[in-house]
Design a protein around this ligand. Structure first.
Ligand code: MG
Length: 285
């Protein structure tokens, strides 16, 4: 969501039962993104991916959260699709279309649904066929930024500590953190307090928040290969980098529990308490 000036903030903590309900919504989002990953090959269109996700949500009786979402620009059109699909230099909020994806493209797919009153929200950036070395490094860095944030949520006490680690890691790889858009609290509504930036600012230091059980956040690093400056296209939605260099976006919905962070948008087949391993760590067998 777009970074906003701070207003009075109400963080709604969730009970274990509510987190369980959010996990159901999150798993459905994960299933939709898994299907997208299977379909995103050269020649497929982002409209195809949108249709597949719409069908998965419809079959499960879930409400898509993005379709009809109001434009933050007054009087401009609501979002017209179930997924955001942002290709190459596009960062977020791209509108699906009938142009075939080509080998070497990268496409960020972001989607969310409400199931039984509770929301899930997640995003991945996918390589289409074989992609170049810079694209590969950008995807890996952005996903690793999300993963290190999740691991850090197990030991950090405040969000600014996590955001600082994210920002430093992105910079260490020679990339930049998009600052115009941030993560968010999530629950019965997709966008709840607090705002969850992927960088540290004076605003965050003044309005930092504790990582306490019951907090549920959509954490979503957006990383650019070049400038962090963005512009919105004439469709009033698609956000791209000003220098038109590549951008990537990964997102999970994550709950803090008494036992540590839990990823609610985990794909099926992984245990509920699965956390991403540190780079270079030997996976447990
Ligand atoms: Mg989100």
């Amino acid at each position: 969501m777009m970074l906003q000036r701070v207003r009075p903030r109400v963080i709604k903590l969730k009970s274990p039962r509510e987190i369980g309900l959010m996990r159901e919504a999150g798993r459905l989002v994960a299933r939709a993104l898994k299907r997208v990953g299977e379909l995103a090959v050269p020649g497929a269109t982002t409209a195809d991916l949108n249709d597949a996700v719409a069908e998965i949500f419809r079959e499960a009786g879930a409400t898509p959260l993005f379709l009809g979402y109001p434009n933050s620009l007054r009087g401009k059109p609501p979002f017209p699709a179930v997924i955001c699909s942002s290709v190459n230099e596009q960062i977020v909020h791209g509108i699906p279309n009938r142009r075939p994806l080509r080998a070497g493209d990268i496409v960020s797919i972001d989607t969310g649904c409400r199931l039984n009153g509770w929301c899930g929200d997640a995003a991945v950036t996918l390589p289409i066929g074989e992609v170049g070395p810079e694209a590969r490094k950008l995807l890996q860095t952005t996903q690793e930024t999300l993963h290190l944030a999740i691991r850090a949520m197990a030991r950090c006490r405040t969000w600014s500590e996590v955001a600082s680690l994210m920002e430093r890691y992105v910079r260490s790889q020679g990339f930049s953190v998009i600052e115009k858009f941030v993560g968010h609290g999530i629950g019965q509504d997709m966008h709840e307090d607090p705002q969850v930036p992927n960088f540290v600012s004076k605003q965050l230091r003044q309005h930092d928040f504790q990582l306490e059980p019951g907090l549920v956040l959509a954490v979503e690093p957006m990383v650019a290969a070049g400038t962090r400056e963005v512009r919105v296209l004439a469709d009033w939605w698609t956000v791209e980098t000003r220098d038109r260099k590549l951008a990537a976006h990964f997102e999970h919905t994550i709950a803090i529990t008494e036992h540590g962070p839990r990823i609610l948008t985990l794909p099926e087949g992984l245990p509920e308490d699965w956390l991403p391993p540190a780079p270079g760590a030997t996976p447990a067998s």
